[in-house]
Design a protein around this ligand. Sequence first.
Ligand code: NOJ
Length: 766
Amino acid sequence: MKRLYFSAALLGFAMSMSAQSSKVEMDRFITDLMVKMSLEEKIGQLNLASNWTYVTNATLSEEDKAIQQLKDGQMGAFYGFTNQEMIRQLQEIAMKGKHKIPLMFGNDVIHGFETTYPIPLAISTTWNMDLVEESARMAAREATSVGINWVFSPMVDICRDARWGRISEGGGEDPYLGGEIAKAYTRGYQGDDLSADNTAMVCVKHYALYGGAEAGRDYNSVFLSRQEALNGYMNPYKQAAKEGAGSYMSSFNEFEGVPATANHYLLTEVLRDQWGFDGFVVSDATAVNEIVAHGLGDQQEVSRRALQAGLDMDMGSNAFVSTLKKSVEEGKVSMVDIDLACRRILEAKWKLGLFQDPYKYIVPDRDKKEIFNKEQLEFARRIAQESQVLLKNDNNILPLKKDAKIAVVGPFANVASEMQGAWSMSKHANQFVTILQGIKEAVKGGTVTTCEGSWVLNDKNLEESVRYGLMKMFAPNMPTPPIHTTPQEDLIAEAVKLAKEADVVVACVGELNNMTGEGASRVDITMPDAQQDMLKALKATGKPIVVVLTTGRPLVLNWEKENVDAILNTWALGAEAGHAIADVLFGDVNPSGKLTTSFPRHVGQLPLYYNHKNTGRPHPDYEPYRKFVSTYMDVVNGPLFPFGYGLSYTTFEYSDVKLSANQMNQDGKVTASVTVKNTGSRQGKETVQLYIHDVYSTSTRPVKELKGFRKIDLQPGESKTVEFELTADDLKYYDHDLNFVCEPGDYEIMVGPDCEKLSKAVLNVK
Ligand code: NOJ
């Protein structure tokens, strides 16, 4: 035992020596290189560009400005290229340059690459960090096979307002869970060896606080105190830095009156000085130029401010390459500023191993073998099975019998590409498995009928612009099939007819891919009107209705909760959606997803989040209106479905929470434990959640805060005791002076299946 310890220590020492010597080697290499580089060439490294027309057009154009810039040593990296041959050609041009500095290739690999996995919000509802990590590792394998070595992921913006379309891209409303997710993605993409040919550097985004956009309107200003920002939003960004994230992307929003892209407090004081991040920061697309619209100066001035605030690379503005040389000549920017940014970018290239072998990812046919292969599709199905949340299941209508007569109706029943969700640009999208296909393959002895059932939205112009707006911008020559060609009454009549002939109706309804994601905020987040009309007509048939919901955000589902028999929230599940949905609908897989965002009863409640403050006049979440307390007249405070909630086909019973001691010193440890029993007749997975509440503190604290969770698997009748070890670190928060402290006093420790059904014990901290 002793010898083992001795050799492990020696190994650790040897590893840290080798890390040090490779750092020395890297520093020496980059210093030697930078001595030879001109000012223009250094500024060139700070430039990142794309040309989206290449996504559809497979050949590089010599006339393209970005290609010219590359030849002139004015380009450090490209993004958006997904074609191995094109990436090789661009790298060849770079390697013909005077100093042979390789390019990095970035891309929006958000939830899988060509094999699309569930949207990140759906993945977060697995509460399974091994799966999160695996999704990143699998995506990196696929993406690197074409030469991409830098992924614009994870997106870890906390969001409390479902109007914001980008809520679909993140991990929900909780900063602790968000932090665990950020670490898992970072580990998955970067692996143990960033220079391997199947790992990629992460770009943590959008730094910072982008999800706090006022009124849920995209790109909008963020008004948060530093204390609330640090306590409620920043943990995911912080955890990614601690996990060794290689780069960050600054966000579009302003914070404290300064756009994040030029915000010294965020980019330097917090990220680098407090968290020790030593990689580079890239702006979001055109964000440097956008600081002009924010009103901070002309292009030259905003470029100076951004660089000096701690921004290293300019995405898509061409602002650094257009102005920084002049600023140096005028004495507004120093060579030290330029060198620092340039060095950080060259270091990233070194860490990726690009100076050793700029073509290492690009192995002929590797992409053909890696992309959309069997292993990828098996994984896509497995993760999609676990990313579904069962919101309602009256009279155990689910699981369905495989020999039933099933009517599968609705505009999402059979559209492969709508299984993608936002931020998927897969060229395989028309091969994704639809809900109808999944159900048809699963039935045994039953019958399946189907129809479109309804339009998506009654407003034709709006539906057209939602469907085709993005395509018209980036691929104007793509055909846009006409919509609303069949009258809505006829579509509904057909659905009603099929429902009457069936035992059960599976209604496939929800939001189009483009109704969430970037620039896709909504003020009305109820079920889109045309589809609710269909649901109402189906209800009138008296047949049982199972809603299979496709959505990228929490929706207001009051009518559905009242009127349908079951609601399975499937978000957008990606390439294997239909198979995974059928697996759950027919009970081959027991659903185990739990919400990571509160589902509101009314849009007027937003922002809505479980970890809110108490106020001086609190009012219980589900009690009706009363005067002079903090509530609304027309709706209760509580959500329709709370954070942490999700049903299973089995049932779980929780014992009361027990503490190993009722007191703890600042350097001590206490274990909270609870026993969970599967009291139903099926195997099932359950996520056990631990929350705390600081009873008295020097600043106000949330009514509860998640601080731990475990996902366990139980056979019928089986019990497991789940233990959570608590230390002062778990109880720390940023106090009024922004010190990260655990204040002495009583803490309520609460454990249960969601944020509401909790048993409580009290821990006193000395
Ligand atoms: C803008 C988006 O905000 C960001 O998430 C994305 O990575 C970049 N564009 C690049 O496509």
